[in-house]
Design a protein around this ligand. Structure first.
Ligand SMILES: Nc1nc2c(ncn2[C@@H]2O[C@H](COP(=O)(O)OP(=O)(O)OP(=O)(O)O)[C@@H](O)[C@H]2O)c(=O)[nH]1
Length: 262
């Protein structure tokens, strides 16, 4: 109610209450009108108060819902961060498993399983594209003596050094792996027997010329090698067997040499 309205109402009330107006017909009508007005004003005030409370209630309700929503968003963000970390962990675990299942733990070279996979693929590619490839089986000569004279740990380290030497002597497209013990297998892709011969000749000469340095120990190391060219259509295991047989011949004939499989 404005001040003007309040003043008007006060004036009307004063007029109604004046004793000289008592009994006047307009006084009765004005008095009735005044009471009616006051009743309606009270009703209106009550309604306004209810509406205010409702608005307040709705505002509080909205704030509560918003707070709940914010908490939910926070929780989801946290879950998403956990899920990201978990996925990263799983990726790292998978990578570690993949490495463990394909790598020789001592030398870091391909293990037998990965070599076999690559041999299968090379055999299929060779069949499809008539491309030659060779397998070289390299066995360190008298490796037992290294262990016996310098200990197993030096023997291990010598294998690691040898792995590095072999890798350095090969092309990036060749795969060198540890077949087992002191035996390495090299897959020479897109390589004829004559090209493979030149490679193993170089490896044997390089090893012979080296002292292999393991800590303070200088080791004279030689190797015997058997080489076989894959025959198109032959199972890869047969190629390995022929390389193995050539390696045995090299050992039998005095070591520190290579032999080519017929
Ligand atoms: N330190 C070490 N030695 C190994 C490992 N794997 C195999 N050897 C050793 O390699 C030696 C292989 O011995 P042999 O099969 O008799 O062959 P070799 O002494 O190399 O002689 P030839 O092959 O006949 O020239 C054994 O003494 C094995 O213990 C390895 O991972 N670490």
């Amino acid at each position: 109610m404005t001040q003007e309205e309040a003043r008007l109402l006060a004036d009307i009330k004063a007029m109604i209450d004046q004793p000289e107006h008592r009994g006047h017909p307009l006084q009765q009508a004005l008095s009735k009108l005044y009471r009616l007005h006051m009743t309606q004003t009270r009703r209106l005030d009550r309604l306004l108060s209810i509406a205010d409370s409702y608005q307040q209630f709705t505002r509080e309700d909205m704030q509560a819902i918003k707070a709940q929503y914010d908490r939910q968003v926070q929780r989801e963000r946290k879950l998403s961060r956990i899920s990201d970390r978990y996925q990263q962990l799983m990726r790292e675990r998978n990578q570690a498993l993949k490495t463990a299942s394909s790598q020789d733990p001592l030398t870091g070279l391909a293990n037998r399983r990965l070599l076999n996979d690559h041999l299968q693929q090379a055999a299929q590619r060779s069949k499809a594209q008539s491309l030659p490839f060779c397998v070289a089986m390299i066995d360190v000569d008298h490796f037992k003596r290294i262990n016996d004279q310098h200990g197993h740990e030096t023997g291990d380290q010598a294998l690691v050094e040898l792995a590095g030497v072999l890798k350095n002597q090969l092309r990036a497209s060749d795969l060198c792996g540890r077949w087992g013990g002191e035996e390495f297998l090299v897959l020479l892709s897109d390589t004829s027997l004559d090209q493979a011969r030149q490679t193993v000749e170089r490896i044997c000469a390089h090893l012979r010329a080296l002292p292999l340095q393991v800590g303070d120990v200088s080791l004279a190391v030689t190797a015997s090698v058997g080489v076989a060219e894959h025959r198109i259509g032959e199972p890869p295991q047969d190629t390995i067997n022929r390389a193995d047989a050539a390696l045995l011949t090299a050992k039998r004939e005095g070591r520190d040499r290579y032999r080519l499989a017929p």
